[in-house]
Design a protein around this ligand. Structure first.
Ligand SMILES: C[S@@+](CC[C@H](N)C(=O)[O-])C[C@H]1O[C@@H](n2cnc3c(N)ncnc32)[C@H](O)[C@@H]1O
Length: 277
């Protein structure tokens, strides 16, 4: 679905081709400054060229704030920010103006689901509208997924998505700060903990460890790291997390790692699959 503006406006000299992100039937464009005067026309063309698209939005601001929300401007089609996105046989209702959602985590969500084992108890500390939790519950015979988010709108949509995907018996939605939720109700409960919030994962790592059953299990830790050309970003991040992990136990290992995506020049989002105990 990734098309470039050059297809629509071959007469314009595009320096940088930007991808179009598609969430359900909404297309999201990043308009370069020099093309701002043409943005509604571009939006209209995208609508014409992509028959599955009903709304075209322009991303105005990057993800920000504790709810990780982006700002949008309407460009063409129906005036709305709510849509239904399909991924790995699941459906997710999202409101782009109120919650975080990225279709780019598609591979990562499936990868984590495939790592889970039958009967596991999983805690998703930063669940958004429930994507990781629901995909795991749909694809693998886990026993429970506690799915926490602090954003009331994400929580409401997560409740709806759990019903839509018929995983009510497995996924338990929880509204709150995952640190408090874990301390109050989930200490010593999980085989596996997901931390898909790079901005907060480091400071919440002690809560993730607290959550593991008998201090053993898996933590999927996401973080951003800037690395010079002489540095290996995964090694640099491993060194950073080792400082916290070593204060709890020396019995841990990073079993796998990958660069999820490049955020900016030499800045990466990385996931570490950490086994403890
Ligand atoms: C990057 S998004 C998660 C995306 C989600 N895992 C997905 O696959 O779509 C991070 C989420 O963490 C939530 N969040 C931020 N601080 C939190 C906290 N202290 N406790 C629980 N959730 C939090 C935000 O509201 C946001 O929905």
């Amino acid at each position: 679905m990734d098309k470039v503006y050059s297809e629509f406006f071959p007469e314009l000299k595009f320096e940088k081709f930007k991808r179009i992100e598609v969430v359900g039937d909404i297309a999201i464009l990043k308009i370069p400054r020099e093309l701002e005067p043409y943005r509604f026309k571009i939006g209209g063309e995208v609508l014409k060229c992509m028959p599955s698209i009903k709304t075209v939005l322009r991303q105005l601001s990057p993800t920000s704030g504790s709810y990780r929300i982006k700002g949008f401007e309407w460009l063409a089609g129906e005036h709305r920010t709510v849509t239904v996105h399909k991924e790995h046989g699941c459906i997710f209702k999202v409101d782009l103006s109120k919650v975080y959602f990225s279709p780019r985590l598609l591979f990562e969500r499936l990868r984590i689901a495939q790592l889970t084992k039958p009967g596991e108890v999983i805690v998703n500390m930063f669940a958004g509208v429930g994507c990781f939790s629901i995909i795991i519950a749909k694809l693998k015979p886990v026993s429970k997924v506690y799915s926490i988010d602090i954003n009331p709108d994400a929580y409401k949509l997560m409740v709806e998505n759990i019903k839509l995907n018929k995983v009510k018996c497995i996924v338990k939605p929880i509204l709150g700060d995952s640190k408090n939720v874990i301390e109050d109700t989930l200490v010593n409960s999980a085989d596996r903990v997901l931390m898909p919030l790079p901005e907060l994962a480091y400071s919440y790592l002690p809560s993730a460890i607290l959550c593991l059953k008998d201090s053993r299990g898996w933590i999927h830790y996401y973080d951003f790291i800037k690395a010079a050309s002489s540095e290996n970003p995964v090694d640099k991040l491993s060194e950073k997390v080792s400082r916290i992990l070593n204060t709890f136990t020396h019995d841990w290992n990073i079993e796998d790692s990958r660069i999820v995506r490049t955020i900016a020049s030499r800045t990466y989002q990385i996931v570490l699959d950490i086994h403890i105990g």
